[in-house]
Design a protein around this ligand. Structure first.
Ligand code: HEC
Length: 194
């Protein structure tokens, strides 16, 4: 039992420490086992992580971003284009009924928000201006910014619906420019020099 005797060796400065005796024992085996166990595990894990499984935080991030862009595709310019067609207006009616009626009224005659079927516009009555008002809102006046709430398509559709209803109420053609409206900007290039 000499091993036992090696332990419990008092260092011998008890008088310096209020009678508490300090021993000079080797660390317990279970403690050393934990120490070396974790060290060996860490080495093995490192090799596995980087060289066997080829994992890395960069790859994890890239995979997450890829999954996100698949789930929330960034809108291509094609889908964000404002199309003033019968179909777009018909689709927009649903968007309008769901989101806009409480403030602008079922007949778009206004209420909390202004009338949208008269000839007076606070923020411009061109389709692009109406679109911009819907996207950006007028937060100070209680008109929400719908850009972050609705999809680009929904905003285009509801814009088309507002434009259509406004045109109908004022006896103007819809789609605009369909019946050669004089002040419509035609940007067709008719074989011009370029
Ligand atoms: C919470 C109430 C509320 C809701 C909901 C709301 N609006 Fe408005 N909207 C307003 C108010 C108030 C204004 C007037 C802002 C101002 O005074 O500048 C306004 C202004 C507008 C304008 C500009 C009118 C002009 O004269 O220039 C348009 C277009 C419009 N809203 C469309 C919509 C559409 C489309 C929706 C649904 C997607 C919608 N609004 C939902 C309150 C609302």
């Amino acid at each position: 039992m000499s091993k036992h005797d090696e332990r419990n060796q008092v260092l011998g400065h008890e008088d310096e420490a209020d009678g508490i005796q300090e021993y000079d024992n080797p660390l317990p085996d279970w403690w050393l086992g934990l120490l070396w166990g974790t060290a060996i595990f860490a080495a093995g894990y490192l090799v596995h992580y980087h060289f066997i499984a080829h994992r890395s935080p960069q790859k994890a991030l890239a995979a997450e971003l890829a999954a996100a862009s698949e789930r929330w595709p960034s809108e291509s310019p094609g889908t964000t284009q404002l199309m003033l067609t019968e179909d777009a207006a018909a689709a927009g009616e649903q968007v309008y009924r769901t989101n806009c009626v409480p403030c602008h009224g079922a007949e778009l005659m206004g209420g909390i928000g202004p009338n949208l079927v008269d000839d007076e516009w606070l923020h411009g009555g061109m389709p692009e201006e109406i679109h911009a008002t819907i996207v950006n809102g007028v937060p100070a006046k209680g008109m929400l910014a719908w850009g972050p709430i609705l999809t680009a398509d929904q905003i285009n559709h509801v814009t088309a619906y507002v434009v259509e209803q406004n045109a109908k109420a004022l006896g103007r053609p819809y789609p605009p420019g369909g019946d050669d409206e004089p002040d419509d900007e035609h940007e067709e290039q008719e074989g011009g020099s370029r």
